[in-house]
Design a protein around this ligand. Structure first.
Ligand code: PMP
Length: 414
């Protein structure tokens, strides 16, 4: 963003014309579109009159806290967790992250001196930009959030290593390691190795490894990710990783299956606590997933259908941003090869104004600042674009309108 060029008068008249159109568009949340959900309609009729899992378990009944073994095996490779250390749970991974925090508050984790509720202070590192729901969940439980800048290879590990080594109050870090929300970054092997090997002042430090986009590729080049759990074990920190994932954006966002993976000690700890909360997960839904997806190739084929539907939307966002803002110095943006988001960086000090202008013109964007803890983007320059849900034509219209707002906000500030 070197050569700033914006013609204020044109920006103002373009904006007036935009408002005049009375649009009503929403690119706020990373939801699958109805057509993506349609891909899994075949699942709704399953499991039919089949109600036995491979080990003879009657899925209609209580029990089976670990989830169905065949489903855990199917996602074991994708999530890089040995099947016997992977649990298949309810419909959401976010609730598993929530419960992990709550259980750690209420009962000492393996390796902990005391439960988090009895600590003077519990802090988490938050690579920014990041996922607003991670931040909201932490804030709800009084966890202090410390920003760490993202780089092209993941969180700035020099900063992470220094902070966790000196501060025993830092108990965790939020990570979306593959096609991260919102900038699409995949952590490099070196970043993952350093996370696994670093010295932490807290004996009960946990990496919340939210691998929500593990298999959500947008191109033929599937980003590789190092195996955190194995690296933690190799480095004598076996209990450090909590791995999360789900089929929310594989099958049905409201009726998928969430997964939790960790060391054997962590899993035993977790089952001991969670067994007080539920007698077992919805195994009918788990069986439905197995019958529908079948095997790893089945999952890959299914994900390719998602890609066919959403990749053109990502391409359209990039094309319009390039046409309207390329070379102006007013913005830069990510070109993700997977995941659900594009991160748009505008002139510092204008992101809130861009979002306000867009809203007034009928284009709903994720609030500026949502990508940072406490909603505070110190430079006020990050905007998250979620292109999956609207139809292609709507996305094109919304992003075109957004570029008008980017230009006007920059002109107002100049
Ligand atoms: N983690 C990340 C990084 C996400 O982007 C989302 C959905 N936007 C979730 C978790 C939510 O996952 P689930 O549906 O499994 O609760």
């Amino acid at each position: 963003m070197t050569t700033l060029s914006v013609d204020a008068e044109t920006a103002r008249s373009d904006y007036a014309a935009l408002v005049e159109r009375g649009l009503f568009l929403d690119i706020t949340r990373g939801k699958p579109s109805p057509r993506q959900l349609d891909l899994s309609n075949g699942m709704l009729g399953l499991p039919g009159d089949v109600f036995k899992a491979e080990d003879g378990t009657d899925v209609r009944n209580y029990g089976g806290l670990n989830g169905l073994a065949e489903l855990r095996r199917l996602f074991s490779g994708f999530l890089q967790v040995p099947a016997d250390q992977l649990l298949a749970a309810g419909n959401s991974s976010l609730e598993l992250m929530h419960d992990s925090v709550v259980q750690a508050m209420l009962s000492a984790l393996p390796g902990a001196e005391r439960r988090w509720a009895d600590e003077e202070r519990v802090a988490f590192l938050c690579p920014v930009p990041g996922y607003d729901r991670h931040f909201a969940l932490s804030e709800r439980f009084g966890i202090e959030l410390i920003q760490v800048p993202m780089t092209e290879s993941g969180p700035d590990m020099d900063v992470v290593e220094r902070l966790v080594a000196e501060d025993a109050g830092i108990k965790g870090i939020w990570c979306v390691p593959k096609y991260s929300n919102p900038d699409g970054t995949t952590y490099s092997d070196e970043t993952v190795r350093r996370l696994a090997a670093m010295t932490t002042a807290a004996p009960d430090f946990r990496i919340f490894w939210d691998n929500a986009y593990a298999i959500h590729h947008l191109t033929d080049v599937e980003a590789p990710l190092a195996d955190l759990l194995a690296l933690c074990e190799e480095n004598g920190n076996a209990d450090r990783a909590f791995v999360f994932g789900s089929t929310s954006k594989v099958t049905l966002a409201g009726a998928g299956v969430g997964f939790f993976g960790a060391s054997k000690a962590n899993i035993a700890w977790w089952l001991g606590k969670i067994g007080k909360r539920t007698i077992g997960p919805d195994k009918i839904n788990q069986l439905r997933h197995i019958l529908f997806l079948k095997d790893e190739d089945g999952v890959r084929a299914h994900m390719r259908k998602h890609r066919e539907l959403i990749a053109p939307k990502f391409d359209a966002v990039d094309r319009i941003l390039t046409e309207e803002l390329g070379g102006t110095g007013l913005a830069s943006w990510t070109k993700p090869t997977g995941g659900y988001f594009i991160s748009l960086t505008v002139v510092p000090g204008t992101a809130k104004e861009v979002v306000r202008l867009a809203k007034a013109a009928g284009i709903a964007l994720t609030p500026a600042g949502a990508t940072h803890p406490y909603g505070d983007d110190p430079e006020d320059k990050t905007i998250r674009i979620a292109p999956t849900f609207p139809e292609l034509a709507e996305i094109e219209e919304a992003v075109k309108g957004l570029t008008v707002c980017v230009r006007l906000a920059a002109a107002e500030r100049a």
